[in-house]
Design a protein around this ligand. Structure first.
Ligand code: UT7
Length: 322
């Protein structure tokens, strides 16, 4: 059997840091409120002219180096993003050019905060069926560009960044299973109303920015993450004690804590970066994974559970042996 195995990871955060104290100067909020309700202390903000592809390339270079391979061995690129550089071509094609890679398939996946799990699901299927041997998957987002910086209910929650993972075909266990879902009926609880087919003229007006019914999203996220975790454990005949690390999407510390509790996992076995990164959407899981691999917490051979929930609604999970 051929598995997709994580060969290397990389992360990138823009230089500029925006603290809760900085936000106190911009909107009617407090450091205390943001920490208590979300667990967020600071976030990174892309520089002017620094785009989703630039951050993705920076993360990808580190993942390629960690995987100890020549970039020319990559035969598939998938970029998960909801903040592409352009309407088209895809950000994946722009990343391909910037990495100097020729003619391999490259495409974007749009599943909001669950984008990385969707990209992992697709890349895993490519590798398992022989369609690719070395896949580069990237989650990269510049949410600072779709935030209304006068709306305190959303602008304090998000940040920019990118994470990347190189997956290689291997006889050794890697990705055991992926589970992805969506429920479009909740479209309007979390969305950016402006679009292409619905008209360009609204861009830069209210409709061009994130709008969210926070507490409704919160409740649905907690309930759904509990059921997706169970689905993954049951599907693989695995107990929660077998999981070394939960690497969740980083939207809110209270959501992460509630999901870990439902799973019966102590917070000592949960990777948390939301305090430092805020919600970086599809970049949050690969960024958190990279942080914990590089600081030595996640070790080779350990069993990892990824889980995500986002706009759509979309959600997903993956069980992976690192
Ligand atoms: O990645 C997936 C997508 N996103 C999420 O998963 C986020 C899900 N939701 C959440 O994380 C939480 O619902 C929030 C952090 C957004 C909000 O926390 P909450 O405990 O659900 O608060 P709330 O929305 O019920 O608001 C409580 C109060 C409101 O005031 P009133 O109506 O009670 O007087 C808000 O106006 O807090 C107020 N508020 C703020 N106050 C200070 C909202 N934003 C702020 C703010 N600073 N930044």
């Amino acid at each position: 059997m051929t598995f997709a195995r994580i060969a290397g990871t990389g992360g990138y955060l823009p230089e500029r840091v925006l603290t809760n104290k900085d936000l106190e100067q911009m909107v009617d909020t407090t450091d205390e409120w943001i920490r208590e309700r979300s667990g967020i202390k600071r976030r990174h903000i892309a520089a002017e002219g620094e785009n989703t592809s630039d951050m993705g390339v920076n993360a990808a270079k580190k993942a390629i180096e960690a995987a100890d391979l020549d970039a020319s061995e990559i035969d598939l690129i998938i970029v998960a993003t909801t903040t592409p550089d352009k309407v088209f071509p895809s950000t994946a094609c722009i990343v391909q050019r910037k990495l100097g890679l020729k003619t391999i398939p490259a495409f974007d996946v749009h599943a909001a905060c669950s984008g990385f799990i969707y990209a992992l699901d697709i890349a895993n299927r490519f590798i398992a069926t022989g369609g690719a041997r070395t896949a580069l998957i990237i989650g990269s987002e510049t949410y600072s560009r779709i935030l209304d910086w006068t709306d305190r209910s959303t602008c304090v929650l998000f940040g920019d960044g990118a994470g990347a993972v190189v997956l290689r075909a291997s006889n050794e266990a890697g990705v055991f299973s992926t589970h992805i879902h969506s429920e479009g009926e909740f479209e309007e609880l979390l969305h950016v109303p402006a679009g292409i087919s619905s008209g360009y003229d609204v861009v830069q007006q209210e409709a061009a920015f994130i709008q969210m019914k926070g507490s409704e999203v919160f409740r649905k996220a907690v309930a759904t993450l509990g059921s997706i975790a169970r689905e993954t454990l049951v599907g693989n005949n695995v107990e929660q004690d077998d999981i070394a690390w939960l690497v969740p999407h980083q939207a809110n510390l209270r959501i992460i804590t509630a999901a870990a509790k439902k799973l019966g996992l102590p917070m000592e076995r949960v990777i948390v970066t939301v305090d430092e990164h805020a919600n970086t959407s599809s970049a949050s899981i690969p960024l958190a994974l990279d942080v914990a691999i590089r600081d030595g917490r996640i070790k080779r051979g350990e069993l990892l559970l990824f889980e995500a929930f986002g706009a759509g609604f979309t959600w997903g999970s993956a069980l992976v042996r690192y």
